[in-house]
Ligand binder design. Structure first.
Ligand code: ADP
Length: 442
């Protein structure tokens, strides 16, 4: 049992870890998906914006202006013109972005930079690299813009002999500021719910295992207690037994009156009853785990005759019908345990209201089925799975007020299992029960 609990704790831990891993994987995937969605949405809007502000014509105009300046005022002036960027276009872009819901929502920074422009004047040559041209943010950190998400690169080249501006290369790029935080905020509900669910599952596991361990402790204590108390009872009982025999011998010897003898007989009967009960409890509680059985070939008819004769003499008022169908001649079993199991079932049938009993024996596929049916109070369907448990008794409500230990069926099933067989029940409340014990013939 201890090993079982350890195994269970181990399985639960693995299941929780797997569950956490799967959930983390799904949440991470959702995050990536949302990030991609945001980028796609922003990208689409920016492409639309570039079309609106007509970036191609802006670029061509600036290309021509730069050429004019190189021609008329030299490369330095042209370079300064390009490096200053365009405040006018930047304003137009800022307004557009502020007015656009998606770009506003994702707090977009848009920038167009000169990646590389070569200016070729008379005898002098200059190159402009990574210079901010226009956009909606005050991007001074060129690296930031260059390493951000690229919308597209545009290159114009006029390499026809004597070109003044070559490789007019610009790049549109964008950044979503606080994009991660935004997405996290969007996913907060999902995150909290996942953590909550996981906590609930962990708590459920924890409480189930804790109650299992507590129950195991209680059941161990119960078994220990019963074992101890029955052992303790044995010594005084043995003494009473010896005393009763001695007193009886003396009374008979002195030919005392029958009143004392009658009284002694009552003590004797009660002593025997108590001893039988204690022996029964001891046998059943000590029978933990597997029973050790000693199988021998039992002549079946003979066995049944004795069993039913004993039963009938103890319960002469009960109507017992024996039905034999293809009965095997012999069966390989432990006669003591088999008798105990059969007697338990027969006694129960009487105990729980049966007055007409049928005992059927039938051979079936190398097995011998012993079927005991009664017309007693029956068992509710919900109790069927419990009645074979140790110490379990159906006694809630007005079902019955018969006393017992709740060990008979448990023990009988253990016996069937030890023989490689089974014990099952079919019952209709108010009509009766049918217990079937299947034992391999050999
Ligand atoms: P006990 O008879 O000592 O209570 P058992 O293990 O023999 O213990 O039986 C467990 C429970 O199963 C009983 O409390 C009883 O409610 C139910 N039961 C057993 N046999 C029968 C039967 N033939 N008819 C109705 N109920 C039964």
């Amino acid at each position: 049992m201890k090993r079982k609990i350890k195994y269970l704790i181990w399985c639960c831990s693995v299941a929780i870890l797997a569950l956490t891993a799967i959930q983390t994987y799904f949440i991470y995937n959702t995050y990536v998906l949302k990030e991609q969605q945001a980028q796609i949405a922003v990208r689409t809007e920016l492409v639309h914006m570039e079309r609106t502000i007509n970036i191609d014509s802006i670029r061509n105009r600036w290309f021509l202006d730069a050429e004019n300046l190189v021609r008329t005022k030299g490369v330095e002036v042209a370079a300064a013109f390009l490096s200053n960027g365009s405040a006018a276009i930047s304003k137009q872009v800022s307004t557009y972005i502020q007015e656009n819901k998606i770009l506003e929502k994702y707090n977009t920074v848009y920038a167009v930079t000169f990646r590389q422009v070569s200016l070729q004047g008379k005898g002098s040559h200059l190159q402009i690299r990574n210079k901010y041209w226009f956009g909606n943010g005050n991007i001074h950190d060129q690296d930031q813009v260059i390493h951000d998400l690229i919308l597209h690169d545009l290159t114009t080249s006029n390499d026809v002999g004597g070109a003044l501006v070559r490789n007019f290369n610009s790049r549109s790029s964008f950044t979503i500021i606080d994009g991660r935080n935004n997405i996290f905020r969007e996913m907060l509900g999902l995150l909290i719910f996942s953590v909550f669910l996981l906590t609930v599952v962990i708590l459920l596991f924890y409480f189930s295992i804790r109650s299992l361990i507590t129950q195991k402790k209680i059941s161990d204590m119960q078994t220990d207690f019963i074992n101890n108390i029955t052992h303790e009872f044995n010594t005084p009982l043995a003494t009473i037994g010896v005393a009763v025999s001695t007193v009886r011998a003396q009374l008979i010897e002195k030919e005392e009156n029958s009143v004392s003898l009658n009284g002694l007989n009552v003590i004797d009967r009660q002593y025997r009853r108590l001893k039988k009960l204690i022996d029964q409890v001891m046998t059943h509680t000590e029978a933990s785990g597997e029973l050790i059985i000693h199988k021998v070939n039992i002549p079946l008819m003979n066995f049944l005759e004795k069993l039913l004769e004993d039963f009938q003499s103890a319960h002469p008022e009960i109507e017992l019908l024996l039905k034999l169908k293809e009965v095997p001649r012999e069966i390989l079993a432990d006669p003591f345990y088999l008798t105990t199991a059969m007697t338990n079932l027969l006694e129960n049938a009487v105990k729980y209201g049966g007055i007409q009993l049928t005992f059927t024996v039938v051979e079936n596929e190398n097995n011998c089925n012993f079927i005991i049916s009664d017309n007693g109070i029956g068992i509710a369907q919900t109790e069927i799975s419990n009645i074979f448990q140790k110490f379990y008794r159906v006694e809630k409500g007005d079902v019955h007020n018969t006393k017992g230990l709740g060990l008979g069926l448990y023990y009988s099933r253990q016996i069937a299992i030890a023989h490689g067989g089974t014990l099952s029940v079919h019952s209709i409340p108010g009509k009766g029960s049918k217990f079937t014990m299947t034992i391999p013939i050999a």
